[in-house]
Design a protein around this ligand. Structure first.
Ligand code: GRF
Length: 203
């Protein structure tokens, strides 16, 4: 079997769709899709592709730690070697992160370390930056602070219509995330032993 991954979503799931369309059944096998909300459209996309799904709403648990422990156990039971956060809009607890060392990745709609957090595109527009972009990074205990795997920048047009910029960002995300996942699955991504922030891509 190819490299098993689990994808976590909260909403639309367009990045999940990009993974399904470009790497699923090839370099990787998406063995399951998890969500924190039953309404996440990503769950429908997964089902349409014949992928198992499960929902882990915080409200079903007494504490976030408990929810994350259940989520981690489910991911492990699926045999995943990589957890992909594709628009999963919650911060995972340190206990969860520790269970998947260097095996959780996230896609962020900005050029980190600028504009971490959930309003990256709005903040970039408000700031008036001339270059925006996308980052795929490993997940650590901080907010969008893990080691960078891939980044791509683009020049912002003067027309600062947020919907237009979002579209440009998403188009890049849909290429960059599958590429990063494919590189990891093919064993092309490692961390420099002398400096854990330096990710080496061996293409
Ligand atoms: C993406 O912009 C991603 O960078 C951010 O959340 C958004 C998810 O979009 N983390 P989708 O659900 O994949 O369409």
């Amino acid at each position: 079997m190819s490299f098993p991954i689990v994808v976590l979503v909260s909403g639309e799931g367009s990045n999940l769709q990009a993974l399904i369309d470009s790497v699923h059944g090839k370099e990787v096998e998406i063995v399951a899709v998890g969500a924190n909300r039953a309404e996440a459209r990503g769950l429908q996309r997964a089902r349409a592709a014949g992928i198992a799904t499960a929902v882990f709403p915080l409200t079903d648990y007494r504490a976030r730690d408990e929810r994350d422990a259940a989520l981690a156990a489910w991911i492990e039971s699926r045999g995943a070697r990589l957890v992909v956060l594709a628009g999963f809009m919650e911060i995972l607890t340190p206990g969860f992160i520790a269970r998947f060392p260097n095996a959780i990745v996230n896609v962020h709609p900005g050029l980190l370390p600028a504009f971490a957090g959930i309003h990256a595109i709005e903040q970039a527009l408000e700031y008036g930056v001339k270059v925006a972009g996308v980052t795929v990074h490993f997940v650590d205990e901080g907010i969008d602070s893990g080691a960078v795997i891939l980044q791509r920048a683009f020049e912002l047009p003067y027309a600062r219509d947020i919907a237009v910029v979002e579209q440009q960002v998403h188009a890049i995300e849909h290429e960059l995330l599958p590429r990063a996942v494919s590189l990891i699955a093919r064993g092309k991504v490692s961390i420099d032993p002398s400096e854990p922030r330096w990710v080496v891509i061996d293409e």
